[in-house]
Design a protein around this ligand. Structure first.
Ligand SMILES: [Fe+2]
Ligand SMILES: [Fe+2]
Length: 475
């Protein structure tokens, strides 16, 4: 297996030095990337020494090495999983052909679009999270935020490498444009809606890393099946990094819940106002944040019926989640799938050709996976002896994309009038008041081993270090 060459200006395991033109092009992009990082990366952090993991090999047993580094000096690079001998296209009309090492001309435009769309989400999330360091609840959490940020930066590198290597001049232009767009910018926003939302506080950050990084997982899993082998190999490695991002979200919310439940039991009250008066997040507010992040994230899977999804699948570019583990014909002609639609103001199930419903198939797989974590959060509440339970909202709730965006639906799945939705909106989605309350809890806690009042400490530190380890040297 090709080890990672850290002697190179751009660390890589793809023998970059053998392709001088490509190497020069990427070395030309590199300073622009660093400028972007300094401009849009974590606010005020340039000089911190952060205890970060860096990839040393793509081997799942030992890819990470931990040390204190300044983030602008992080060794961002290009790491692909090793090539599988005789890999075949696993689905669609090219099923059984040898996987492509180069871009097939006929699929070039679609493939570029897929790579650019994925690539765009990576710097977007760094931009969304850039102010969070100023209100970190602990050094441990601050370090985790920075780890997520540098890895999203590396995910951008992963996509930019493909653009430079396989798409010539268009690819280089797209790589520049990835550094030009800005999350939430009026004139030049990021491509997808959820990546233009704000991540204003740490509760939003944990929800984002739980729900929206999980969208990343599902998109990457679908691309890891791609017949275009370099895309499959790079997304497979990205997935190992994504697992940590979702851990940050799941454990973060779990710790918020734990702290809230401790306080509820101490004051013997479930009154949200009394809970808030203790400086912790009431469970109702948590539920509203969950409703928001869940619904915004499931929109990322796109329209429930989509001819593009069919084309991407048919042409072998983007598979289903765990495509290779499924035992069907991997072509799906003549097969159907049930999607939820709207008829005469009611939600109705409809059978549609599965090929056109592949966004919905992926969304449903995602929903199943994300509900797993909600159940684990509920275990924390249950263990504290509190009867409240969190719930993922109905998939038709608060949708902006697809057939379901045509109706207003309550979190429990009832179609409601505009007026009824407006009347309940404050109970269903975070209000300005909720956000202001959560913002009021955010204060910077950076003494080693100390944690903000609203969150419990983690069970374990990073890389077997103690929880009060000096994860960041502020210099
Ligand atoms: Fe990512
Ligand atoms: Fe991520």
């Amino acid at each position: 297996m090709a080890g990672i060459d850290y002697a190179e200006k751009i660390p890589n395991n793809v023998n970059l030095s053998e392709d001088k033109t490509l190497q020069r092009a990427l070395e030309h992009w590199q300073p622009n990337y660093i400028d972007w990082w300094k401009d849009m990366g974590p606010d005020g952090s340039q000089d911190f020494d952060v205890y970060l993991r860096t990839a040393v090999s793509v081997d799942p047993q030992g890819w990470a090495q931990f040390s204190h580094v300044k983030m602008p000096d992080y060794r961002w690079g290009i790491f692909l999983n090793p090539r599988e001998a005789d890999r075949k296209v696993g689905f669609g009309e090219h099923k059984g052909e040898a996987a492509w090492q180069d871009v097939p001309g006929e699929h070039r435009a679609n493939l570029r679009r897929i790579i650019v769309t994925q690539g765009d989400t990576e710097p977007a999330s760094v931009e969304q999270q850039r102010h969070l360091g100023l209100t970190a609840p602990s050094q441990y959490d601050l370090r985790n935020l920075f780890q997520v940020n540098v890895e999203e930066g590396r995910h951008l590198w992963a996509m930019v490498y493909l653009l430079h290597k396989h798409f010539g001049r268009d690819g280089r232009e797209e790589a520049e444009a990835l550094l030009d767009r800005r999350s939430g910018d009026q004139d030049n926003p990021r491509i997808l809606g959820a990546f233009n939302e704000k991540t204003p506080d740490w509760l939003a950050f944990y929800m984002f890393t739980y729900f929206t990084d999980r969208d990343g997982k599902f998109q990457l899993c679908a691309l890891a099946e791609s017949g275009f082998d370099p895309l499959a190999r790079t997304t497979k490695f990205m997935l190992t990094e994504e697992a940590h991002h979702m851990f940050v979200g799941e454990s973060g919310i779990s710790r918020v819940i734990q702290r809230t439940c401790e306080v509820m039991n101490r004051i013997k009250s479930d009154d949200p106002a009394k809970v808030r008066a203790e400086g912790v997040v009431d469970l109702q507010t948590l539920q509203r944040y969950l409703n928001f992040h869940f619904s915004v994230t499931i929109d990322l899977f796109g329209a429930d019926e989509s001819s593009n999804a069919a084309i991407f699948y048919n042409s072998g570019l983007k598979g289903r989640f765990e495509e290779t583990k499924r035992d069907d014909d991997h072509q799906l002609h003549g097969r159907h799938y049930t999607v939820l639609g709207v008829r005469e103001g009611k939600l109705v199930e409809r059978e549609v050709p599965m090929l056109n419903a592949l966004n919905e198939v992926l969304r449903d797989d995602y929903i199943r996976d994300s509900i797993g974590g909600v159940n684990r959060w509920n275990k924390v509440i249950e263990k504290a002896g509190i009867p409240f339970r969190l719930q993922a909202p109905h998939k038709a709730f608060n949708r902006k994309i697809g057939a379901l965006s045509a109706v207003k639906v309550s979190p429990d799945g009832r179609v409601v009038s505009e007026a009824e939705f407006a009347q309940h909106e404050k109970a269903w989605l975070p209000s300005a008041e909720d956000r202001a309350f959560v913002a009021s809890l955010m204060g910077r806690v950076v003494e080693p081993g100390k944690f903000a009042n609203w969150i419990a400490p983690p069970v374990m530190g990073v890389n077997r270090q103690p929880v009060d380890f000096e994860y960041i040297r502020f210099n």
